[in-house]
Design a binder for this molecule. Structure first.
Ligand SMILES: O=C([C@H](O)CO)[C@H](O)[C@H](O)COP(=O)(O)O
Length: 210
């Protein structure tokens, strides 16, 4: 089980500061959608250059032009790029084809997908690398999480790795781990802590034991 740090509410300098604190405890660093909106793919490039041994995930949440957008993210240094599960199969196919050229990976984010099990099975068959359940900020504000959703997709995803994101904290991590995802994605549960290093270290300890 791997741990991904999601960086959403920082600029490039702030992102570097957080990663410098926690790099030894994370497997993947995510340049979150708000950071890409504010800073562009320069943020992906800057973090990959500063921390070459870390895999950088570009959370582009691609909805169209999958091949082209994956190509640009990979050129910037991304090892994993996100595509929305609600996008067309042709978009996901294009993203997967482009990623395969360089060994990069595609994570499909099922945020806002209504029939999770059906779509998870479909995107799995399209050859994506990760299928991710996700309660975004707006759903979190309504008190939702994706813990049940993870159990649901695990029963249908046969080839891809599974991932979960959205409001995971140290207190809820054991429940997440019990459902055995391959990848746990944590943003505010680390960046919102006074001692980010200690939070990341404890999370890494828990996911490594699983
Ligand atoms: O993808 C995310 C969200 O849509 C904002 O871009 C976050 O990276 C993801 O939800 C993880 O962050 P936390 O919910 O703070 O753990």
């Amino acid at each position: 089980m791997k741990l991904q740090l999601a960086l959403d509410l920082v600029d490039i300098a702030g992102a570097k500061e957080v990663v410098a604190q926690v790099a030894e405890y994370i497997d993947i660093v995510e340049i979150g959608t708000p950071v890409v909106i504010n800073e562009g793919l320069h943020a992906v490039k800057a973090i990959k250059e500063a921390f070459p041994s870390l895999t950088v995930l570009a959370d582009l949440k691609i909805m169209d032009a999958g091949g082209y957008e994956v190509m640009k993210a990979v050129e910037a240094g991304a090892g994993i790029v996100t595509v929305l599960g609600v996008s067309d199969d042709s978009t996901i196919r294009g993203a997967v084809e482009e990623a395969k050229k360089t060994g990069a990976e595609i994570l499909v984010d099922l945020i806002n997908v209504k029939d999770l099990k059906a779509r998870a099975a479909e995107v799995d068959a399209l050859g994506v690398d990760y299928v991710c359940v996700h309660s975004g900020y707006d759903h979190q504000a309504e008190g939702k999480n994706s813990f049940e959703d993870l159990r649901a997709i695990k029963s249908v995803v046969k080839k891809a790795k599974t991932a979960i994101a959205g409001g995971i904290k140290l207190s809820t991590l054991p429940e997440v781990i019990a459902a055995h995802p391959d990848l746990v994605i944590v943003g505010g549960g680390i960046t919102g802590e006074a001692d980010q290093k200690a939070a990341a270290a404890e999370m890494k300890r828990l996911v490594s034991q699983a």
